[in-house]
Ligand binder design. Sequence first.
Ligand SMILES: [Zn+2]
Length: 77
Amino acid sequence: MISIDFSWFALLYVGAGSALIFGLWIFYENRDKRVYQAARERVTFHCIKCGELYTDSRQKEVSPCPQCGFENARLKF
Ligand SMILES: [Zn+2]
């Protein structure tokens, strides 16, 4: 059997725990960006025909109103 003294064991134990936590942090951070970023990036549209306020994805410059179907340009501030 391999014999190591307690200080090396404690160092390896803490190092393995830190590496595990750091790995999980990186994994969930990347997963969060991959899965939820597209849904999070939304812009606001205001229908000039019926007054409805709604959101759509960031890539679109023009979006149809969900109530009346009129094509509205995105709001710019
Ligand atoms: Zn509308």
